[in-house]
Design a binder for this molecule. Structure first.
Ligand code: SF4
Length: 141
């Protein structure tokens, strides 16, 4: 429920001020998708880092029985936030939720948990087509 959230959401105002970081999960698809978002006025960036730090941040921030794709996505976000390349007050993170049997639907909770202590101001946007979260709709799309 709205008033029970203990994490920030992406607001309409943030559309003008924030860069939405997207993981390199499906590089070609996500690049196409971010082009569409940019057409609608969002500022997006597909992350490119593939350094060892991505794996290290993943191992630091999620439990080691988490699947490797989840570990890499969260590691890539945390590496980006810690790199100094972005102002943590001006970024949001976008993560897909499948809504199916794959545990990818739950990555978003792992990511919010990883952010809680160090970057509690950073909103996470759910990209899903099954109505799990409506964070972009909240932003007035
Ligand atoms: S299918 Fe889903 S849960 Fe399984 S490894 Fe891939 S992303 Fe992870």
């Amino acid at each position: 429920m709205e008033n029970e959230r203990d994490y920030p959401i992406f607001t309409k105002e943030m559309k003008k001020t924030h860069t939405i970081l997207v993981p390199t999960m499906l590089q070609i698809h996500f690049q196409l998708m971010t082009n569409v978002f940019e057409f609608y006025g969002y500022n997006c960036e597909v992350l490119q880092s593939e350094s060892r730090k991505v794996v290290e941040e993943g191992l630091k921030n999620v439990h080691n029985d988490t699947c490797y794709p989840a570990l890499l996505c969260i590691g890539q976000f945390m590496e980006a936030l810690k790199s100094g390349r972005y102002d943590p007050d001006k970024v949001a993170l976008m993560l897909p939720q499948t809504g199916g049997g794959c545990r990818a639907s739950n990555y978003i909770h792992l990511l919010r948990k990883a952010l809680k202590d160090t970057y509690p101001q950073v909103p996470v946007i759910s990209l899903n087509f099954v109505g799990l979260e409506k964070t972009l709709k909240t932003a007035g799309t």
